[in-house]
Design a protein around this ligand. Structure first.
Ligand SMILES: *[C@@H]1O[C@H](CO)[C@@H](O)[C@H](O)[C@H]1NC(C)=O
Ligand SMILES: *[C@@H]1O[C@H](CO)[C@@H](O)[C@H](O)[C@H]1NC(C)=O
Ligand SMILES: *[C@@H]1O[C@H](CO)[C@@H](O)[C@H](O)[C@H]1NC(C)=O
Ligand SMILES: *[C@@H]1O[C@H](CO)[C@@H](O)[C@H](O)[C@H]1NC(C)=O
Ligand SMILES: *[C@@H]1O[C@H](CO)[C@@H](O)[C@H](O)[C@H]1NC(C)=O
Ligand SMILES: *[C@@H]1O[C@H](CO)[C@@H](O)[C@H](O)[C@H]1NC(C)=O
Ligand SMILES: *[C@@H]1O[C@H](CO)[C@@H](O)[C@H](O)[C@H]1NC(C)=O
Ligand SMILES: *[C@@H]1O[C@H](CO)[C@@H](O)[C@H](O)[C@H]1NC(C)=O
Length: 380
């Protein structure tokens, strides 16, 4: 990622596309703010001794400011809501670009107060490690439709989506069979209020992200990993192959992309819906350098710590392995990674990777593995 090689102290809104979902929003806001964001170039960049802390602070503020708590739907499924003016009028019925994320879904549409339609509504699914897969191409979606919309990624997943009005809120419902977490089923989650005319101001955005701060974000995932064994050309076929090659456990939605270099084994793994790790392990000594992350809808992944040490050590913490106390604005608790000899018979010399995490995560809540759980069989 070239962006990380740029010197500190630079702040601008010309960030890489796909680097962070806020990027197009920043660009958009700059258009409507008449370049007011350009002032952010002059903002001093606070010294950030701990990159994880600096970034978690930013994301935490941003997520807190944009969290929407509606009246209906599953508990523990926060909606991150980003309403942005699409005209320079501030009347109640002025259209607003609504971008929101909840669970594995992200939606972008245009809505006007009182309208019975979501204009140019597109729905994407966040597939762990892979990135985004489009479920619904941009289209007008009536809010009074009598039946839900069928969606499908051929050979991969299928189901229905629906949007409807209830009281003074727009609700989203889905039933979707996925190969990675089984059926996702939600009869109706409040995703935004019908009186959505609050404009996201340039000042609000300006206070959030600048390039130097985004550089603090640990290495972003590589989108659309192409499995080496396939000749697939279409995106759907690639996604299908991705599931075939890298899905470890559909029960926990565990994906792992593992590559063995000359002296280093590299792994990027996503599990339990929000967690991921990315790093490398020396197969001969089991010394590791691994970063754990949590994923916040729409925002991207947030690094918690840098774990360096030997996975076989008894460890400095109470649970063994490479241990870190986490105390960033976004999350408090601990994470430990360890390797243990595999329990499978006839697998002498092989190890399994375990994680032990107990975290309070902003927006998501308590996350406790209740002791070490196996997340991966290591090939050494
Ligand atoms: C809003 O935009 C229109 C044209 O797009 C322009 O004529 C008008 O002056 C603008 N109003 C304000 C308050 O900037
Ligand atoms: C519709 O939405 C897509 C992406 O969500 C965007 O690229 C396109 O420009 C939008 N079209 C209109 C007419 O707003
Ligand atoms: C939804 O509303 C539109 C326009 O208001 C109307 O033409 C259509 O018949 C309605 N559909 C249903 C299923 O009520
Ligand atoms: C997905 O397709 C299969 C086969 O057609 C069907 O049995 C299943 O009900 C569909 N799943 C959903 C959620 O609609
Ligand atoms: C890929 O295409 C080549 C040439 O068409 C073919 O020989 C090979 O078997 C294909 N591989 C797979 C995995 O389909
Ligand atoms: C799934 O996660 C649970 C803990 O939440 C763990 O006990 C279980 O072993 C995991 N199952 C698989 C197949 O990874
Ligand atoms: C983690 O925090 C606990 C309690 O605050 C402390 O006793 C322990 O020394 C810390 N461990 C590390 C490795 O920082
Ligand atoms: C999480 O927060 C609760 C309530 O504030 C507290 O009791 C618990 O100890 C915290 N857990 C961790 C891992 O920090």
């Amino acid at each position: 990622m070239l962006a990380f090689l740029l010197g500190p102290g630079e702040c601008d809104d010309g960030l890489r596309e796909g680097y962070f979902v806020v990027v197009p929003l920043l660009a958009l806001a700059a258009c409507f703010a008449g370049g007011a964001l350009a002032q952010s170039n002059a903002l001093p960049v606070a010294a950030a001794p701990n990159p994880n802390l600096a970034f978690a602070t930013l994301v935490s503020h941003w997520a807190t400011d944009n969290e929407w708590v509606g009246k209906a739907g599953s508990h523990n499924l926060p909606v991150i809501l980003l309403p942005i003016a699409v005209t320079n009028t501030t009347s109640e019925a002025a259209p607003v670009m609504v971008h929101f994320g909840c669970g594995f879904f992200e939606v972008q549409t245009i809505y006007s107060d009182g309208a019975a339609v979501l204009r140019n509504c597109s729905v994407t699914l966040f597939v762990p490690i892979w990135g985004r897969a489009q479920l619904l191409a941009p289209q007008d979606v009536p809010l009074n439709a009598s039946s839900p919309i069928s969606v499908e990624i051929p050979g991969v997943m299928n189901g229905t989506l629906a949007f409807y009005l209830k009281n003074d809120e727009v609700l989203m419902a889905w039933v979707l069979d996925t190969p990675f977490v089984g059926t996702l089923d939600e009869p109706g989650l409040s995703v935004f209020p019908t009186s959505i005319n609050a404009h996201f101001t340039a000042t609000q955005l300006q206070a959030r992200f600048c390039r130097a701060e985004l550089q603090q974000l640990a290495k972003p995932s590589t989108p659309s990993i192409v499995p080496p064994t396939t000749n697939a050309t279409s995106n759907d076929a690639l996604l299908k192959a991705f599931f075939e090659d890298f899905l470890v456990s559909p029960l926990n939605g565990t994906f792992a992309v593992q590559t063995m270099g000359e002296n280093q084994y590299h792994v990027e793994e996503s599990f339990l819906g929000i967690f991921s790790i990315d790093g490398s392990i020396d197969p001969s000594s089991l010394t590791a350098a691994i970063t754990p992350y949590v994923r916040i809808p729409v925002s991207g992944r947030v690094s918690l710590a840098e774990l360096n040490g030997n996975l076989l050590d008894a460890g400095s913490g109470p649970v063994g392995g490479v241990f870190a106390n986490i105390s960033v604005v976004l999350a408090q608790g601990h994470v430990a990674l360890s390797a243990r000899p595999t329990l499978e018979p006839g697998q002498e010399g092989l190890h399994d990777l375990y994680i032990d995490a107990n975290l309070n995560i902003s927006m998501i809540g308590a996350f406790n593995t209740m002791g070490p759980i196996k997340v991966l069989s290591l090939p050494f």
